[in-house]
Design a binder for this molecule. Structure first.
Ligand code: GTP
Ligand code: MG
Length: 248
């Protein structure tokens, strides 16, 4: 049985919503809790609304991904280039949702989950060049059905550890049979180089009993800075090439 673990490229088969979805992200984990539970009836009552909630997030994720793919399509026709290299989508796993809600000290209800968490549906867009990040983000936010709730620009203001990316929390409407609902989606934009750093940083975070953690952190920060200046150089090279083309 297919299970969405972490971030992965969205294949066509992933885009089928509903039934398949409830078999994976919802049921499998819920069955585990269900078996351990002392009050299985109560848990079962809660399972259906939860799966419906996850299904709505999956639809919202598909909407935003499609919007980005449409922009990519238009760009490749009009300017003969693709503004992003890859796009990856993921739904937060039920276990992680439960953990985060507990950490926040919030009750585990569908309403609270929807209110408290911004990153149940997540899309990561990996671009070749810095400028493409802002071009794509501005175009997406400019669409009249998209609401921008939050913008964190960790490229202009990197995290102290060196992490860089542009994070948006958006709301996108999904049209169901009898209603229209706005759902939150987190979109992270980064360059290939930033993504390379972030994935290695993520791997190293889980290493236990590291000696001289401060020294390690400093080296990671240095690597992030090197990567950042490479991104700037690459952008400058592209600008020169574009300028050359225009002057021809
Ligand atoms: P969360 O509650 O973890 O979502 O934090 P937040 O609400 O402060 O969100 P923020 O926008 O700072 O970061 C959210 C996501 O960005 C994380 O879930 C990671 O995917 C990514 N991220 C943020 N900081 C780092 C970092 O230092 N290293 C790596 N590898 N990823 C990061
Ligand atoms: Mg998060």
């Amino acid at each position: 049985m297919r299970q969405m673990k972490g971030w992965m490229k969205m294949k066509d088969e992933d885009k089928k919503i509903s039934v398949e979805m409830s078999n994976t992200d919802g049921q499998e984990n819920l069955t585990g809790h269900f078996l351990e539970s002392e009050n299985p009836e109560k848990l079962l009552e809660g399972a259906q609304p939860f799966m419906e909630l996850m299904s709505r997030y999956r639809c919202a994720m598909m909407e935003v991904e499609t919007k980005l793919r449409v922009l990519d399509e238009e760009f490749s026709l009009a300017y003969d280039r693709n503004p992003f290299e890859t796009i990856k989508s993921r739904l937060k796993r039920p276990v992680s949702i439960i953990e985060k809600m507990k950490r926040k000290g919030c009750p585990l209800t569908v309403e609270e989950i929807e209110k408290q968490l911004n990153d149940i549906a997540g899309i990561r867009v990996i671009c070749s060049f810095l400028d493409d990040i802002y071009t794509l983000a501005d175009m997406l936010v400019g669409q009249d059905d998209i609401r921008l709730l939050e913008k964190k620009d960790y490229i202009i203001a990197p995290k102290p550890n060196g992490y860089r990316s542009l994070h948006l929390i958006l709301e996108v409407p999904i049209f169901l049979s009898h209603s229209k609902q706005y759902m939150k989606v987190e979109v992270q934009f980064r360059t290939i180089a930033m993504d390379f750093w972030a994935s290695l940083d993520h791997k190293l975070k889980y290493k236990k009993d590291v000696q001289e953690p401060e020294r390690i952190a400093e080296q990671l920060r240095e690597c992030a800075d090197i990567i950042s200046s490479m991104d700037e150089r690459m952008q400058q090279i592209r600008d020169q090439i574009e300028k050359g083309k225009r002057e021809d």
